[in-house]
Design a protein around this ligand. Structure first.
Ligand code: MV4
Length: 591
């Protein structure tokens, strides 16, 4: 049995950090990769080693399968975990990883490929007796064929891109007159997003719930069902809140969903962790919609009710081990809810709002888990997903879990960009959510956006009070004379420093000990990258004149002359990395 000694995670942010935690528990070395935009990001700091994959634009770095495989070979890893997104569901990449002699921690490329084509997946599932959403399994090539199907299965219909998924390239048709326009729109979107204009047709289900099933499959014939997740609360096909169990699923329905999910996984020849996405109608009918052949963002709620570590299971399965538990050992305990805390402006239609996180304090206490890829002082980049953190709670039942989530949301303190904290608090107190309804129409409503705003203000106020007690490291002391009822008092006032004060202080300190010692050598006071060099050999420079700029911890630091002199022997160039104490130049003159 191969056991991994070193694993590379081809992803960033919270999922990379999440996977590193499990690797550490397993005694496996963790290797991070980072784009130029992620230099110094948390996932690179918590890994054992981090490799730059900066070739081409930073938004594409994590998509460069060739660069990642080269890096994995250079790093000498035994396996690659792709996280979710980016390369996780890319069959050619999975094949290329294996061809390079590296183990792919994920499903067989053939299963990724099958599920990547929604029409082929529907065909295979139908053949396996898995109930698919009624409609055609073959692609529809003409709008006339859509009209024919409409006469057969009735309206409304939905036209979906065959290469799509997650809601991109979907068009609803309510009667034959709308067919041509919808057909062409779905084709166009398929082409634009997935470079494939193949589309297919399903009956449009009114106000369904999105209920998905988590499975685990090993290479020895065991397939486990780990319960369902309800992801009905979405906005523009972006999931916002996920929970398990679903408020709409009873034991009998759960057993049926489990059977469907296990059959689907077996029919796909699946191995690793996977998710069967399905729709649940108001009449309690459950249909297969698509399969996600990766670990998902919301896997955390399943972890809390099963007590399992799904990433660990993925790794053990990839090592060829048989699953250590049977279906009867899977016990679903209590209720878990996840809220995605995005840097988005609810008032501006959930516009992503990248920016610097100036203050950051996570909630904790009973039943609270936070999966995040940032800390205070980090930046939410505009190049990637604007998710700051996932806040997940676990409790004995749905109502106690809901209240626990409200408590945890109120404890969470994030300053800098606007976040969804207030939105979630507003939504979790809506009667539709309290009742376990679908909340269709509520998520997008103006009333909710308004209440979200008010909730945000409440949070900001509470957070300020919490701050005073917790930020001891950045306290400033001032003595103020006050007079109370004719008596003078000296009062010591402790107030927090503004976020930039400690940075400014450190920078001052560095400058004091840094450039220009008596020996005439100017050395770097920090580890960093040379951004620019402001002087040339032979230049005369005055005290305070800029020699160069070094980037460290995303801050630009000017290195200045501590005395007048002539610059000699410049030893640095832009782009070069510098270690602490490394020579920058000589400064000849009075010391
Ligand atoms: C559907 C549907 C109704 N009928 N398919 C697909 C991707 C996912 N993000 C939403 N999808 C839907 N597919 C058929 N045949 C309705 C949706 C849908 C939805 C489903 C459950 C919960 C919320 C939803 C929000 C928008 C669309």
């Amino acid at each position: 049995m191969p056991t991994f000694s070193r694993v590379l995670v081809a992803n960033r942010g919270e999922i990379a950090v999440r996977i590193f935690r499990t690797l550490r528990e397993l005694g496996i070395e963790a290797v991070a990769v980072y784009s130029d935009a992620d230099r110094g990001a948390l996932h690179t700091r918590v890994a054992d080693e981090a490799f730059r994959i900066g070739r081409g634009p930073a938004e594409e770095s994590y998509l460069r399968g060739d660069v990642i495989i080269d890096t994995a070979l250079r790093a000498g890893v035994s396996a690659i975990h792709p996280g979710y997104g980016f390369l996780a569901e890319n069959a050619p990449f999975a094949r290329a990883v294996e061809a390079a002699g590296i183990t792919w921690i994920g499903p067989p490329a053939s299963a990724i490929e099958l599920m990547g084509s929604k029409t082929e997946a529907r065909t295979a599932m139908k053949a396996a007796g898995v109930p698919i959403i009624p409609g055609a399994t073959e692609p529809v090539r003409t709008s006339a064929a859509v009209v024919e199907l409409g006469a057969d299965i009735g309206y409304p219909l939905i036209i979906k891109a065959a290469a799509g998924g997650g809601g991109k390239g979907m068009e609803i048709v309510t009667d034959p007159t709308g067919v041509v326009q919808a057909f062409e729109a779905a084709q166009r979107q398929g082409l634009r997003y997935f470079a494939d204009d193949t589309v297919y047709v399903e009956r449009y289900l009114e106000e369904p719930r999105h209920v998905e099933a988590q499975i685990l499959a090993d290479g020895h014939g065991t397939v486990l069902f780990l319960g369902e997740r309800d992801c009905t609360i979405q906005r523009r096909h972006q999931k916002l809140i996920e929970e398990t169990p679903s408020p709409a699923v009873d034991d009998a329905l759960r057993a049926r969903i489990g059977e469907i999910a296990v059959n689907a996984a077996r029919a796909a020849g699946y191995r690793s962790a996977g998710t069967i996405e399905g729709l649940l109608t108001r009449d309690g009918e459950y249909f297969f919609m698509e399969m996600n052949t990766r670990i998902q963002v919301e896997h955390t709620v399943t972890e809390l009710v099963t007590g399992l570590d799904l990433i660990r299971e993925q790794i053990l399965i990839a090592q060829g081990e048989p699953l250590s538990l049977r279906q009867e050992d899977v016990i679903l305990r209590g209720h878990a809810i996840e809220c995605r805390i995005n840097a988005e402006d609810v008032g501006k239609g959930f516009l992503p709002a990248p920016g610097l996180i100036t203050e950051y304090e996570e909630p904790s206490g009973p039943g609270v888990r936070v999966d995040s890829g940032v800390r205070a002082g980090d930046e939410i980049s505009g190049l990637y997903d604007p998710m700051i953190a996932k806040l997940i709670v676990h409790d004995t039942n749905r109502e106690t879990a809901r209240r626990r989530m409200l408590r945890a949301l109120a404890e969470f303190r994030i300053s800098g960009p606007p976040t969804l904290l207030g939105f979630h608090a507003a939504l979790l107190t809506e009667p539709c959510f309290v009742d376990g309804g679908t909340c269709h129409g509520h998520v997008e409503s103006q009333e909710l956006a308004q209440r979200a705003n008010e909730m945000t203000e409440t949070f900001t106020h509470q957070a300020t009070n919490v701050q005073r007690a917790s930020d001891r490291v950045a306290l400033r002391e001032r003595v103020v004379s006050v007079e109370v009822e004719g008596r003078a008092f000296d009062v010591r006032v402790h107030s927090t420093e503004p976020p930039w004060a400690s940075l400014a202080r450190r920078r001052r300190d560095r400058r004091d000990v840094g450039a220009g010692s008596a020996s005439g050598a100017v050395v770097s006071p920090m580890q960093g990258i040379v951004l620019s060099v402001a002087v040339a050999d032979g230049d005369a420079i005055e005290t305070g004149g800029v020699i160069c700029v070094i980037e460290a911890m995303k801050m630009e630091n000017e290195i200045t002359a501590q005395h007048p002199g002539i610059v000699r022997s410049i030893a640095i160039a832009p782009g070069q990395s510098l270690s602490n104490g490394q020579l920058i130049c000589l400064l000849a003159g009075e010391g």
